[in-house]
Design a protein around this ligand. Sequence first.
Ligand SMILES: [Ca+2]
Ligand SMILES: [Ca+2]
Ligand SMILES: [Ca+2]
Length: 438
Amino acid sequence: MKRILIIPILFLTTAFAGSPKIDSTRLFIKLKSGANMPESQLILKSKHLFKENYILTTTDAQSLALELAANRDIISTENNYYADAKQLPKEMHTKANDPVMNFNAFNDPKAGRVWSFASAAKNGVSVDKSYLSPLGLEKEEIIVAVVDTGVDYNHEDLKAVMWHNPGEIAGNNIDDDNNGYIDDVYGINTMDKDANGNSTGDPMASHSHGTHVSGTIAAAQNNNVGIAGIASNVKIMAIRAVPDNADETDADVVESYLYAAKHGAKLINCSFGKRLNEGGMIVNETIDHIGQDYGVLVFAAAGNDYGRNIDSDLVYPASFQSDYLLVVASTKKSGGLSWFSNVGVKNVDLAAPGSDIYSSVPGNRYAKMSGTSMATPTSVGVAAEVLSNFPQLGPKQLKKVLMNAVTPIKKFKKKMAAGGRIDLYNSLQYTLENYINL
Ligand SMILES: [Ca+2]
Ligand SMILES: [Ca+2]
Ligand SMILES: [Ca+2]
């Protein structure tokens, strides 16, 4: 008889939610080119986002939207929606009889617990194999933004791989690089605003989620401490935009994406999502904008609504249409899809290990977590290592490599576009062999 599984509750969505909650203090507007910012007593502040898009701070977003509807200088307005509260994946502590694998590429004492490092035949993504037979190329440093619940940047296995804003001096209460953020040394915190309503500069973790995601991508390899991340020459930019109840807003997501792109991130990990959107397109436009103008590829979790098809039953940002978005489903150690993972042959691109993933959590600890939240950084880690070896790849080329080089799995054919599990070894070999044709 099989052992009884204790199933954690994750990404618990509010199945009977009504319309999404609207932020009454902010409104997005699209201004006609060359037009002046409209004047209204309801507007407290305006901030340019990109192209014709602005965000207004207001005393009453709904009244302002009504007022601007008649203004010929305004192409459109869009509310700032909340995601709706839900539960993030929880830490599951390891058990004495949890299997420990033998990986030869790393000396990190707990790396053997990261089962996804195994070969494709053992349902992993061939991390160990890739490092044991390196291509011999000089690897470029890749900046990865983790837009999440913040990161414990003092963690013993993360502190060496944290991105540092080169223009910012820590702790002097001055915005040294004049980017609008004071003391943003590791990234920003859109969950914490200063007296002027600006996001603050300390993305220290609140929930363990973002620290776990970061370790999977980038935990220091071969330092004889903890685990190893999948990528070897990567820096984590920490952006806290997801509150502990996962009720993030579109405005904070847009701000995070723009910050990441402008400060050099080439990959963005988005292990969050929401079910309701009501036509809001600003996040989708931002993904296209940073893809086209900054060469960024955004990775989004397919979501954990127990096999929901996100082609017909949409979730965001995963169901947005963009060449610069890669959407990830979750697999388990036995090779199949995780019981919770969403699917969609059109909107889900590929799958990656996401069940029982062992990684770093705040306070120099390590724990397992499960979710498409964990499958996403597994893919980002693979992508970062490929990009590090082949830094000339653009975001669309990188997406093509990762999708074409999956380990094909028959059962996945009708569930996601690439029909298989991401694989580091195959992706590196595929790029090497097809480089001139990509
Ligand atoms: Ca600054
Ligand atoms: Ca400073
Ligand atoms: Ca380590």
